[in-house]
Design a binder for this molecule. Sequence first.
Ligand code: AMP
Ligand code: MG
Length: 344
Amino acid sequence: METIIISDTQNLQQAAQILQAGGLVASPTETVYGLCANALNEEAVKNIYKAKGRPSDNPLIVHIADLGMLQPLVTEISPIAETLMKHFWPGPMTLVFKANSLVPKVVTGGLDTVAVRFPSDPTITNLIKTSGLPLAAPSANTSGKPSPTNFARVYEDLNGKIDCIIEGGNSKYGVESTVIDTTGDIATILRPGGITFEMIEEVLGTVMMDPALGHKLKEGEVPKAPGMKYTHYAPNAEVIIVKGETSKVIAKINELTAMHRALGKKVGVMATDETLSYFIADTVLSVGTESDPTTIAAHLFEVLRQYDDAGMDLVYSLAFKTTGIGQAIMNRLEKSAGYHFIEA
Ligand code: AMP
Ligand code: MG
């Protein structure tokens, strides 16, 4: 298949027509690039799963561009949802609602709920408005790999497999949206993201983290967000997170790196601006500055992919603070490492 490339500064009419005809279009969003299809067209949505190699029971988020588009998709909007929508839409927040039967089961992975987001990025909102369609859109990458935060990574994974890619700049947040279940009495975070626990707590007073977060799923444990079951964000290199006091972590990583290099392995280190100069390895990269964790979120997925570009076998990473956006950063990093931690 030939993939058409359109700049985000061009008219999006052609991309909108592709969506109306049941095709697939990758678009920038403020979180990561998304792979879009008409959420109400079952065949089109099936092709998203095919292009990504995504397991079919991992449901998709439906994207809207005005509040009027929400009503037909859901059967109930709770007061919790109303409050969250008022404060954080448009933006990097997805809410889970009871689904209307109009939403195809292929979108919800067979669940009776549907996840909906109203993004703030002008390109995807323009695409939704021009096509007049709610768009199902997971991240625009091969399933299992780090999500794409720039055009080049979407092209690398999906050129020749989808109808169109809209080329824009780097994603602002760099991690996917916060997913919040609003169908119960207490708002429950199913996936941390750009809208943080602290921000939600401030407007609601009470919020819970889903118990399935923060550890490798135990045998028989069924998470509310089916996506939690699967390997995510993993480069080809094995990622290992080293925890502890900074000076000890640096010493430990240098010791392990030297050992593995002596055995013929290519070893990368994921450092920060503050720690970059202390490491000796084959590829030492800074993911951002500790003084502003939003920079770490913005670069995380791209830097993980750069170790593969450089042919690393192994990557040691620092652990990051888990307050604010740090919770989303560590959630993604833990998954990319398959929960492989070492204490320094
Ligand atoms: P992605 O499209 O890769 O950003 O992943 C979407 C995330 O939202 C996955 O973790 C899904 O499991 C989760 N999700 C989507 N729909 C629902 C739903 N109806 N209930 C719970 N989680 C959902
Ligand atoms: Mg994804």
